[in-house]
Design a protein around this ligand. Structure first.
Ligand code: HEC
Length: 202
């Protein structure tokens, strides 16, 4: 009986020591710094270029759609073409190109926890009346992510401003039928609408 108790005690002791000696698991950083400066500069430049080109392509398509058929036509155009358009930029540049937001219209554009962290940082810069800066970091899986702010300008308000005041009633109805869970309204000029997120897979 004594021997049994001793064995039990020994097992308990060994398990405790083994658990204590196991190296502590480091919590994974959501967004880590990159220690290679030249890599950082290279991807930041590439990210800036992809954002500039994607923004140009989207704005041109949006303006053409508004010109040809008004806001309601442009809404339907965005509904069908916004993601395919950024996907075509992605294919062109070999990186993932997305626009994400904490108040997303399309459910596919919902910001992740990491995206929300970046948005908070940019939001704080806006509150200090500074221009929010772009940023680059490696994510949990080692991919490099370039993120740039998307800020509301007056032309955005027709589709993202105050319902029934800046967004016409008919357009609002269309938005709600295309996006039953839409959160992307009530913005004012200068507010952070979301981020461009360019992912370079490594
Ligand atoms: C004609 C209406 C219209 C105008 C004007 C417009 N948007 Fe949008 N916006 C949309 C629609 C529709 C979507 C959803 C697109 C989709 O389904 O992928 C959207 C999506 C977005 C998204 C992606 C995140 C999300 O919520 O799904 C961002 C960011 C965005 N708009 C920013 C802007 C900004 C900034 C402007 C002004 C420069 C602007 N939009 C002007 C209709 C518009």
């Amino acid at each position: 009986m004594k021997a049994k108790l001793f064995n039990l005690y020994l097992t308990f002791l060994l398990v405790s020591v083994w658990v204590a000696c196991e190296p502590a698991r480091q919590p994974q950083a959501a967004a880590g710094p990159i220690d290679n400066d030249s890599l950082l500069i290279k991807y930041r430049q590439e990210g800036k270029l992809i954002v500039a080109e994607s923004f140009k392509a989207l704005s041109k398509a949006l303006l053409t759609a508004i010109d040809s058929g008004g806001v309601s036509h442009a809404l339907q155009f965005c509904n069908l073409q916004a993601i395919p358009l950024t996907d075509s930029m992605a294919r062109l540049y070999g990186a993932e190109v997305r626009r994400v937001s904490n108040k997303n219209r399309n459910p596919a554009n919902k910001a992740s926890e990491d995206d929300l962290e970046i948005m908070t940082m940019m939001q704080q810069a806006i509150e200090k009346s500074k221009l929010p800066s772009d940023t680059i970091f490696d994510d949990k899986t080692g991919n490099l992510i370039y993120a740039a702010p998307i800020v509301i300008a007056p032309p955005c308000l027709r589709c993202h401003g105050m319902p029934e005041n800046e967004i016409a009633a008919g357009d609002l109805q269309l938005i709600r039928s295309l996006y039953p869970d839409d959160k992307a309204v009530d913005y004012q000029t200068g507010m952070l609408r979301g981020i461009w997120k360019i992912t370079f897979k490594r």
